[in-house]
Design a protein around this ligand. Structure first.
Ligand SMILES: [Zn+2]
Length: 295
């Protein structure tokens, strides 16, 4: 049966012309079928749609901010993604993808741009306008999280990735909460946080960053360096709130993985389901509190 399926797959692959284009910018590779690109503007006449270049540019900009300026762990240097040398972005039709972006925690042992190279990857929809949306940064940040820790609880993964969008976005009014020091000790508050995903950026991550006065600047050299093909700056302003706090929390989480895994019989048995189990919630929240009260 397996041979039959492989034979059909092979025959199908031979009939279907392989038309995927590859665009490289540093360690980032964008893989796309030419017909998914809706805007073919090519201001710099390099035969690559600016739309494609801009997507890679945003990811590289976010990558430099997190990796080089704020010293977040680099997914390409992580233990988990050993031997991985690149990040692939599959640029797909919105209908096919089903949403605007997804990040994956498995490794492509044979990357799409080179079967001899290993890659980690994200998928982005052809409706994402990098000039207006921080989706490439959000999905890239998931790779940072995956490389740094195995914890997968949604209030951490989605909430903090939503926080990370601040790096390239302009936030006019940061969500504040003066009661945060008290709330961090409240069971009711905790339980509300644990049930949520994206919205914890507003109810937890930004409020702790602001409470800790962790306001930082994106260096002027980076603002100048990262521009879209039409000259628009990638960074919408130079303020980022919470980068030091979030980095410290992520490091703390790495240290506590053993405690969490022990609930499931050790690392060998701490699989995806266990990595997002509610038993992890208190352990992650302890990391938040430890960083919060020690800074
Ligand atoms: Zn996400």
């Amino acid at each position: 049966m397996r041979i039959l399926i492989m034979a059909i797959a092979l025959a199908f692959a031979m009939i279907q012309p392989v038309s995927a284009a590859v665009y490289q910018q540093g360690v980032i590779y964008v893989i796309y079928e030419e017909n998914v690109i809706k805007d073919n503007a090519d201001l710099n006449s390099n035969d690559v749609p600016d739309y494609v270049e801009d997507m890679a540019t945003q990811v590289n900009a976010a990558r430099e901010v997190f990796k080089d300026v704020f010293k977040f762990p680099d997914p390409l240097e992580s233990e988990r993604f050993k031997g991985v040398t690149s990040i692939e972005i599959d640029l797909l039709d919105r209908e096919e993808l089903g949403n605007s972006g997804k990040a994956f925690s498995n490794v492509r042992k044979k990357s799409k741009h080179d079967p001899n190279e290993r890659a980690i990857y994200i998928k982005l929809a052809n409706t994402v306008d990098s000039h207006k949306k921080p989706t490439p940064t959000h999905e890239y940040f998931h790779l940072v999280q995956y490389g740094a820790t195995y914890f997968r609880n949604g209030w951490f993964l989605e909430g903090m990735a939503t926080w990370a969008e601040d790096s390239v976005s302009e936030i006019k009014k940061y969500p504040n909460d003066l009661a945060i020091p008290l709330k961090l000790r409240s069971k009711t508050y905790e339980n509300q946080i644990f049930e949520k995903k994206y919205s914890t950026a507003k109810t937890l991550w930004f409020p702790i960053a602001i409470s800790k006065k962790d306001k930082a600047k994106i260096p002027a050299s980076l603002i100048k360096k990262y521009k879209y093909v039409d000259g628009t700056p990638v960074f919408h302003d130079d303020v980022i709130y919470g980068a030091n706090v979030m980095r410290d929390i992520i490091h703390k989480m790495k240290d506590k993985e053993e405690v969490a895994a022990a609930n499931f019989g050790g690392f060998e048995n701490w699989r995806k389901k266990g990595q997002r189990d509610e038993q992890n919630n208190e352990i992650i929240m302890d990391c938040v509190r430890e960083v919060y009260y020690s800074r």
